[in-house]
Design a protein around this ligand. Sequence first.
Ligand SMILES: NC(=O)c1ccc[n+]([C@@H]2O[C@H](COP(=O)([O-])OP(=O)(O)OC[C@H]3O[C@@H](n4cnc5c(N)ncnc54)[C@H](OP(=O)(O)O)[C@@H]3O)[C@@H](O)[C@H]2O)c1
Length: 327
Amino acid sequence: MNHLSHSIALVTGTTSGLGYAAARLLAAAKGYREVIITGRSLARVQETAAELTAETKAQVFTPLELDLDSPFSVQSALAELVKRGVPIDFLLLNAGMVGGKKRVLTAEGIEAAQAPLIGHHRLTIGLLRANLLSPNARVVIAGAEPARGDVPMFSYTDVAALADKQYHGDRSAAVEALVRNGPNVKYQPNRAYADAKLIVAWWAAALARRLPSGMAVYAVSPGSAPDTKAVRNLGPIMKSLMIPLTKLIPGMSQTPEIAAHRYLQASEFGTDVSGQFFASAPKKLTGPIESMRHPHLHDRVNQEAAWKAVVKVSGADLLPASSSAVP
Ligand SMILES: NC(=O)c1ccc[n+]([C@@H]2O[C@H](COP(=O)([O-])OP(=O)(O)OC[C@H]3O[C@@H](n4cnc5c(N)ncnc54)[C@H](OP(=O)(O)O)[C@@H]3O)[C@@H](O)[C@H]2O)c1
């Protein structure tokens, strides 16, 4: 893509961490003409816009209120974008969180680590339906290495086994149970996070099959970057001991800028790799990104089950309800 063809970006979750770093890079290093930045409250994201403007000296940041836990907030943000009527070239779905010891559900009954995907799905579908993604748009959604199953202390749920045991083999019902963290699912924060990011990777693969031909979507892990607020819900031992220790081990952490740069790198990938999940090399948490080849990430039945579950939970679909054609 040439420079002018990707001049408007929208980044979610910019009030801290990697979203903030990505917004800054898009303006300062990539010269984006406009960067729409979102945060749960307008006041907070207005402050973020002022900080970013002061840091970059670029008058390109447009604050937008977006709480992904609230369907009303997503609809209001979409209405605002429709009113502007300007298509987005790079949609960076960065917002996400690791849950704490205690399970948190949104007002709609969605587990907190899963909720950003449901909000991101509603936003993406709304933009596509309103023709507000440009013909060569790139969509990047934040994934994470735990989706691979090779990160110590994080394991994901075997959806096929859960479906066979509890849902008569219905994998979409099993994914929905993970998204809602019940019934038949025991809450464990690391597992909930690994499951959320695995469903993100499947969702990206399924969305890629539905996008118009010039557009592309990728799930991208920024990699380990402990100097963000992602650790806010971790217990005191993890926060005061494990995270500082992690930072001392070579290859275990990178700066937010390096991590955020991965998103920008992926925004320039071609349509030939649309739907793929890019992350650190297997068993690594930093370094160059590559396409992940783990068979469970490429299980088309699970990808489609994830899409179906997300459509059901969110109530948002690209196709009219009567049509289920997937290319
Ligand atoms: N840092 C890492 O090591 C790492 C590694 C792999 C993947 N990731 C992924 O990278 C992304 C960014 O994380 P980060 O490290 O930058 O963490 P962070 O500093 O906590 O930033 C997360 C951002 O997302 C927003 N957010 C979270 N849930 C939201 C919701 N439901 N609605 C609206 N906004 C929401 C937060 O806003 P509030 O402050 O208002 O909650 C915040 O602006 C996440 O998807 C994370 O899973 C991070």
